[in-house]
Design a protein around this ligand. Structure first.
Ligand code: HEC
Length: 194
């Protein structure tokens, strides 16, 4: 009984501090004026609360991806994912191949898993959490309509995102056939393995 109360209290405390923490993470200037360093600082502040949300439902990939390596040095400036800031992580299987950022004849190994965190910066500097998106290379037999990739995602509080893999995700990603359908982070934040 006592134990449970303590547990509940701890959980409540954790929840309240972490949401306040997210609220404390404000952009110091207009989104367009944020340097890579500004974005790194903001991201450091934001990451614990992003993670807490993504891992709320203990989704397997959400639990695993914190062990993967970053492919970008800071959340990149708004890209095609509707003006969001994005941070990319790749598992060991795919890291070396991904971080070549090659533009032709790319064939990512089956077993590659990639995660992309997202958030948006609003005009008043406040930060809104975005979805965590995944691409998993499962091979052509398993995913013949989507170039051998399985697409999925989680909402900011860890619930599964309903995705139209072929009609939405891959419909856009198929713009890069030579890159094995990868979009890559923008140049200035790419981390290269070699
Ligand atoms: C309108 C185009 C578009 C759509 C739709 C789209 N993406 Fe992307 N995606 C991109 C671009 C561009 C990049 C790389 C640059 C960036 O992140 O802005 C990317 C990158 C990614 C990455 C990192 C791996 C990489 O390609 O470098 C993942 C994971 C990802 N997207 C998952 C998804 C999922 C899951 C969906 C569907 C829910 C989806 N994307 C829908 C354009 C799109």
């Amino acid at each position: 009984m006592m134990k449970n109360t303590v547990k509940l209290l701890t959980a409540a405390l954790l929840l309240s501090t972490s949401s306040a923490y997210a609220a404390d993470c404000k952009a110091p200037k207009a989104a367009a004026d944020m340097s890579v360093e500004d974005l790194s600082t903001l991201y450091e502040c934001l990451r614990p609360s992003l993670l807490e949300g993504y891992q709320k439902k203990e989704n397997e990939l959400a639990m695993a991806y914190t062990d993967w390596k970053a492919a970008s040095s800071a959340p990149q400036a708004p890209g095609m994912h509707s003006g969001q800031y994005l941070m990319t992580y790749v598992n060991d299987e795919g890291y070396d191949a991904y971080t070549q950022y090659a533009t032709s004849d790319v064939a990512m190994p089956v077993g590659t898993q990639i995660a992309k965190e997202a958030f948006t910066i609003k005009a008043n500097g406040s930060v809104k959490k975005g979805p965590l998106l995944f691409m998993e290379k499962v091979g052509m037999d398993a995913a013949p309509d989507t170039g051998g990739w399985k697409y999925s995602g989680l909402k900011p509080k860890g619930k599964k995102l309903k995705v139209d893999e072929k009609g939405f995700c891959h419909a856009c990603h198929q713009a890069w056939p030579g890159q094995d359908y990868l979009g890559y982070p923008v140049q200035k934040v790419r981390i290269s393995a070699n």
